[in-house]
Structures are given as C-alpha cells and as structure tokens.
Design a protein around this ligand. Structure first.
Ligand code: UD1
Ligand code: CA
Length: 459
C-alpha cells in the first residue's frame, strides 16, 4: 500500500465561538487533530499532509517537532474540495489518497484501513458512512434503486425526501490520487453555500461510471464530527465511555463507567478499583490492588501495589509506595515520594517531599521541600516553613522522629533520628539525634485570676 493522507483542518470552526482553532479543542485531554493523526499513523502512510487555514500558526505550533507532518495552507476557506485540492499537487499519482477531517476525532484506524483497501480493490472511490440517530446538518448518502451510491447531498441542498435519509457521510474518503485530482477538477461550487465541496466528487464519479463503494463505520459514534461545543461534549463522553469499556475489559473495576475520565495514559495491575468521579491526567500507573475513592484527581503519578487513595484527594506528580494510604482530602504535589506503608491523612499537603517507609502525617500538615525518615510521626498542624519570601529551604527529619502537634519547623533545618519536637514549638536550629526540642513560651499560671467581667461587677 502506498497511502498518502490529507487531513482537512482549515475550517474556521465558527460554530465553536472560540479563539482556539477548532481542531485544537481537546477530547480526552488531547487536541482533536492529534487523535486523527494517531489513527492515520497506524496505516504507515508515505505522507500526512495537514491543510490549515490562514492563521493556522497555532495549529502548526501545537504539532511542532512532529516531522512526519507536511503543512499545506489553504489561504481562503472555499470548501472541503478546495481544501483537498491545495494538498493534491504534491501527492504522488500512484498513491491512494485518504482524506480525513480534523474535526472527527473518534475514528478508528481499522475503519481507515478498510476504506483504503476498498478503494484499492475497486480502483474507485471509497467512503465511510454511518447511520446517524440524528442526521441534521450532515451530508446524506443518496443511493439508487439497486443500492448503488449516486451522490452525497449536503443538508442545505437536500430535498425533504433526501433529508429523511439517515445514512450520512463521515467525511472520510479514499481514492487513487490520479482519480481524485480528476474528480476535484470537475467540481463546481453550485450549492447553497457556494463552496467547492469534496462530497461532490461522489456524484461526479457515479456519473462517470467510476466505482463508488460506501462502507459503514463500526458505529455512528466513531465518525461523530465536532462543530460546536455541544458536539464536543458529546464526543468527549463517547470517547470516555469507549475507554472505560476497554479498561473494564482489561480487568479494571469502575464503580460507574459514566463517571470516569482519563486524559492521558492509564496503566494498572490486577484488581484495581476506581470509585465515581475520578479523573486521571497525564501518565498514571497503578500497581495491583490499588483502590481509589470518589472525587479524586490523579495526575502524572505512580501508585504501587495495594495503595489506597481516599475520597477527595489530589495526587499530582507523586510516587506512592506500596500499601500507602492517602486522604481523604489530601493534596500531594509534584516531587512527592511516599515510601511503603506511609499514611497521609486529611488536609495534609506535600510538595518536593520524600517521606520514608511507615511514616505518618495523619492530619493538617504541610511538608514542603522536606525529607522525613522512616517511621517518623508528623503531628497535626505541623508545618515546614520552607519559604522565606525569596528562596526555598529544606527540612530534613531523620528516622523515627516525633514532631509534636502544631510544630513550626523553620527551614533550613535538620532534625536527627529518634528526636522529639514538643507540641507548639517553633524550631529554628538543628535538633540532634534522640534530643527533645521545646521552643515555646513557658506556661505561667496566675492564681485566683479575676476575669474582667467579674472585676466590673465588683466595682
Ligand atoms: C462535512 C461534509 C459532510 C459530512 C460532515 C461530517 C462537506 C461539504 N460536507 O460537513 O458531508 O457529513 O463533514 O462531519 O464536505 N475544512 C477545510 N477547509 C474548508 C472547509 C472545511 O479545511 O474550506 C475542513 C474543516 O476544518 C473540517 C472539515 O474540513 O475539519 C469539514 O468541514 P466542516 O465545515 O466541518 O464540514 P461539515 O459541515 O461538518
Ligand atoms: Ca464538521
């Protein structure tokens, strides 16, 4: 197969009402165009030409460094046929051209391969169609009495009878390059929008006796196009439901696949379980038997075997050791490394923090730019004062240390193994191994104290 792919991405996306080019709007945390390109690359085409409009700079920039892409400019937005034509001069005559839309992100590579194969088998035009539950706004597939495809009619140009047709054009089409060039040259712009329609190539081909094959996509969902924000949301849900189904098939328990979102890559071991409203972003790896409670955000993180993340927790850029437990209501920020069996409880925030095996910070603490040794205990309200307004400083706490409630640890600071810090202490200098630091005002009791209210009455 010698396939050259043309991706149409020069539309203005008017209906999105956005300053962001339509194809850069995201599905599953990734630009729509990136999804289309991923599917395209599976076919190992000899070229991928992406047609962008004037002002396509943002699109190019987003894909800078992807050297397999050839950018083609369509200076004026004169229609899908015109857009395709801009790319055609560079396409090898002997290639099979596959035209894709940058705004149909859910297409699967298998369907694309079938489309190319049909074009090559018949030396004709192959297009991907689907039965749409609601065909409004889409091009309809017009067939003759024998079921042969005769033309594609756009909604605006369709008769009432044609508007009742539910088989729609996906926008995906394959044809020998030489044929497509000839068909596109024969198309006018005599339609409701005065545009040069790629879809008219089908009518021209049918009239010329060129074979036209329509093959159905696996489902309508696969070809769903995005023209406005409602369709963007619909495509997002279809994408997420598809991923959820695939993950469940691979052995992941999802308490509700309708309330589950992945924006990136998720890998998992056996018997992991994810409660409702959990969002995964970036690269996330779960070991075996990991359990994630409801309403959590897990971003760019590795959670080793047996970890538990309780409700309403944010894990971002963290590595969590085996059997550790985090949350509810905890926030692990980038650079957090928790050893095995660590416990991080409610309202604890960590950042650039290495917490040794079995250490605990069960409530209301901030550990930033800190190292905490194995088996240490961080009391409620303990804070590392890591920032002096200009620079960040480190706090190093040894193994088995005990940091009392409401301790204020002013960095840079070192606290040795087995050291103690008394509750309420403000610690500004090194605490040696096994030592107790008490840094707080000494308690004073005043005998027979008369409160002001009683004093007033006595007067
Ligand atoms: C198009 C099809 C329609 C099909 C539908 C599927 C035509 C005339 N209509 O309609 O049959 O059912 O897709 O979703 O082809 N584009 C350019 N340059 C242009 C115009 C468009 O690059 O001058 C690009 C757009 O960025 C988009 C794609 O072509 O990626 C389709 O254009 P759009 O305006 O969205 O066409 P639809 O009305 O959706
Ligand atoms: Ca469209």
């Amino acid at each position: 197969m010698n396939v050259e792919i043309v991706v149409l991405a020069a539309g203005e996306g008017t209906r999105m009402r956005s300053d962001v080019p339509k194809v850069l709007h995201e599905i599953g945390g990734k630009p729509m165009l990136a999804h289309v390109l991923d599917a395209a690359r599976v076919l190992q085409p000899t070229a991928i030409r992406v047609v962008v409009g004037a002002g396509g700079e943002a699109v190019r920039l987003c894909f800078a460094g992807q050297l397999d892409l050839v950018w083609v400019e369509q200076a004026q937005r004169l229609g899908t046929g015109h857009a395709t034509l801009q790319a055609m001069p560079a396409v090898a005559e002997a290639a099979t051209t596959l035209v894709l839309c940058g705004d149909a992100p859910l297409i699967e590579s298998d369907t694309l391969a079938r489309c190319v194969a049909e074009s090559e088998r018949s030396s004709g035009l192959a297009l991907v169609t689907a039965d749409a539950p609601d065909p409004a706004g889409l091009g309809r597939i017009v067939r003759d009495g024998r079921g042969q495809v005769q033309a594609i009619v756009e909604e605006r140009d369709a008769t009432p009878a044609q508007q009742r047709i539910t088989e729609i054009n996906s926008g995906i089409m394959a044809a020998p390059a030489k044929l497509l060039k000839r068909l596109l040259a024969a198309i006018g712009s005599n339609n409701a929008q005065g545009e040069h329609y790629l879809t008219d190539a089908v009518g021209v081909a049918a009239k010329d006796g060129v074979p036209v094959v329509a093959l159905k996509a696996g489902s309508y969902a696969e070809v769903a196009g995005v023209n406005d924000r409602a369709q963007l949301a619909a495509a997002e849900r279809l994408h997420q439901r598809g991923r959820a189904a695939a993950f469940m098939h691979e052995g992941l328990t999802l308490l509700d696949p309708a309330r589950f979102d992945v924006r990136g890559d998720l890998r998992f071991g056996r018997d992991c379980s994810v409660d409702v409203n959990v969002v995964f972003e970036g690269e996330v790896t779960l070991g075996a038997g990991v359990r994630i409670g409801p309403n959590c955000l897990i971003r760019n993180a590795t959670l080793e075997d047996g970890c538990r993340v309780e409700a309403n927790t944010v894990v971002d850029g963290a590595h969590i050791g085996a059997n550790a437990s985090v949350g509810p209501f905890a926030r692990l920020r980038p650079g957090t490394e928790l050893g095995a069996d660590v416990r991080i409880g409610n309202f604890v925030e960590t950042k650039q923090a290495r917490i040794g095996a079995g250490a605990k910070a069960n409530h209301l603490a901030y550990l930033g730019d800190a190292a905490v040794g194995a088996g240490s205990n961080i009391g409620a309200g303990a804070i590392t004062c890591n920032y002096d307004g200009a620079a960040k400083h480190e706090t190093r706490i040894g193994d088995r240390a005990f940091i009392g409630t409401n301790a204020t640890l002013v960095a840079p600071l070192e606290i040795g193994d087995d050291a103690y810090v008394g509750a309420g202490s403000t610690v500004t200098s090194r605490v040696g191994p096994g030592d107790l630091a008490v840094g707080r005002a000494k308690q004073r009791n005043i005998k027979g104290w008369t409160p002001p209210a009683r004093r007033k009455r006595q007067r």
